[in-house]
Design a protein around this ligand. Sequence first.
Ligand SMILES: Cc1ncc(COP(=O)(O)O)c(C=O)c1O
Length: 426
Amino acid sequence: MNNYKFDTLSVHGGYSPEPTTHSNVLPIYMTTAYNFDSVEHARSLFALEQTGNIYTRLQNPTNTAFEERISLLEGGIGAVAASSGHAAITMALLTLCSCGDEVISSSTIYGGAINLLGKTFDRMGIKVHFADMDDLSTVEAKITDKTKAIFAEAIGNPKADIADIRGLSEIAKKYGIPLIIDNTFATPALLRPIEYGADLVIHSATKYLAGSSTVMGGAIVDSGNFKWKDNPRFPEFNTPDESYHGIVYADACGNAAFITKVRTHILRDIGACQSPFNSWVTMLGLETLSLRMKKHSENALKVAEFLQTHPMVLSVDHPALPGSKYYRLANEYLPDGCSGVFTFEIRGGREAGAKFCDNLKLLRIVANLGDTRSMVSHPATTTHSQLSDEQLLAAGISASTIRLSIGIEDVDDIISDISAALDACK
Ligand SMILES: Cc1ncc(COP(=O)(O)O)c(C=O)c1O
């Protein structure tokens, strides 16, 4: 499959008609368990002497097809599906960190992830330091002997700020720390972080991968490029895992050490596995990923250009607009488009923001993004409402910030709707 190009992999990656039924389309294997040929067969599967299905918490053929497709699209060596984006982030970090360890995260990430990292991980004794990743020196300054990961979103939620993945990767490599990029907004159709040095890629498949606000999902993709063997930061990869037959991941699994440990240790224990049905729906979404991402990106840029001309708009934060702080990075990393999500500041603060949202007819007020339907949200009262004023400021969000997730409808209809709603606020 590796020889095929992106759009072919989007349709065929991970599945070809299986030999029993010759089903043309990937079947949904709604089963929790699998028959073993014999006790010896079961033993060898559990001992990782051969690969095969054991139990759906660990693997399932429909999930496997999704894992192979997303891995091929990202240019990785393997993936693990998860029940949500948060499940993927949690399992990736728990594979790397124990109590007392540290992570450096961008401060401009999804508000729910700021809570997860800053509060829930903190309760487990894993300290997450938030950094302004526009200034790479602040990232390097926060590295200690305990740092186990650097985490950023390729395109930040909601401000559509762009991570300098190459720069972050140079720092991460210098200290032997894996760089994790959440590629939910860009998707591999617009950006493949591994090509710029990311070691691990995370997805909320709930968004553009599934694409129509139908199912929750997540994925962790391993580049296979990180050196786990004899890395002093990661004794857990270089000493026997007593919970799994004494396996030493860096020795037994080579460059697949991480993604194997995610499955055999953390997915096994945490249990945040994906539903085969949700993987199947996500596979349908992936078939049209690049078509959709192109249209989302084109529509969003046209809407951003329109907003710049409207008197009710104070500013527009879209990275592909020439005035944007991220224009250079957008050209470097996202020449084919920057997805459908961006923000703008409305004149008149919270009150005008609410009036604008309430006056939209085509765009829906929804706590989600990455849908074929255009949607609006007010981060300060929804997705980022748990953040302190200080955290909101660090994430670049104010009471008058409006987030748009532009769909694939006719852009003239989207602009008419937004224009009428803005006029109603005058
Ligand atoms: C960039 C990003 N990553 C992760 C998540 C979490 O994903 P999920 O809602 O599927 O748990 C979100 C949710 O909005 C997100 O925007």
